[in-house]
Design a protein around this ligand. Sequence first.
Ligand code: BGC
Length: 382
Amino acid sequence: MNTSRRTVIAAGLAAGVAATSAGTARATTGRAPTRTLFGTLDDGTPVHLWTLARGGIRLGVLSYGGIVHRLDVPDRHGRLANIALGFDNLADYVAKSPYFGALIGRYGNRIAAGRFTLDGHTHQLPLNDGANSLHGGTKGFDKQMWHVEPFTHGSRTGITLSRTSPDGEMGYPGTLKVQVTYTLTARGEWRIDYAATTDRATVVNLTNHTYFNLAGEGSGPVSDHTLELAAARYTPVDAGLIPTGELARVSGTPFDFRRTKPIGRDLRQGHQQLLYGKGFDHNWVLDKGITAEPEYALTLAEPRSGRVMRVSTTEPGLQFYSGNFLDGTLVGTSGRTYRQGDALCLETQHFPDSPNHPAFPSTVLRPGATYRTSTVHTFSTR
Ligand code: BGC
């Protein structure tokens, strides 16, 4: 057994995972997700915090926005830290969250001018990001209440979040029935499975917007984190962060993460694309393309703590956003301010603005078909 496996198990003891005398991890049977009251919305709706623990990992999720409120993961000495940015109270999530931990829908990232045409009908979405529509509009899935069902099956434990998005919600056609499952496994994995069906042709692109800092939220910049991204191309953007349509090669640019490198290494290069995004805020075209099962996309690592996160996905794209718009005005879960570059998002997705780019993989969902995507985050230490 290697060291990384051992540290996961040591921390697992604290997070509801038993170790046998032989040193192998065994999930504590019957340990179901727990529910506590987190806060109350202005209209009196209670918002619950669901806590799952398995494989040495602890995940806290809100019934509002499907928000990952915290994600506790062991370092190489087995010490847990919360590696997800968030707030310690509901009011801040409602009033000023830049999508911390949120479930994003119906459409992750931007749609140009908030407009697209499908089967001859043009649909207008709310503009909430300059001239464009971002992350599903002014009241996207991140600001909706979700019905939550817990489950525990053998070595896996999780919750299924569901809601029906009515026809025309945020300008999108079709009644969309959505189910998102967050699962922890005994192997140190956090898995997300998304599913949706519609009664009218529509577009869908769901993702999760967790801001990661593997040294712990509020611990400072992530510039020393190293990233390897299995992508030879990315989608360059215009000044409004809308893809131009080109699939550009990363070779010879700051966008080349095919060999692992610190995030901060090329972040300050005077490259026009980095000026547009105030850093990295781009969609990488994953070499593996769309796959039936999750396949390798990236590895993020933090040298001091030794924490490593590998991401596999069925999706063809990855939005790497280097926390450029965090500006020191938000106070996070443990009372520290979040400043520019204090976290990064790694959003598995279809490409931004796909409804207006027929050459991009399609985001159209039709009645009778089921939208299904999955992403797996695997934690270890080195
Ligand atoms: C986008 C950024 C945006 C951020 C919102 C990211 O997914 O790519 O441009 O500012 O979400 O917090």
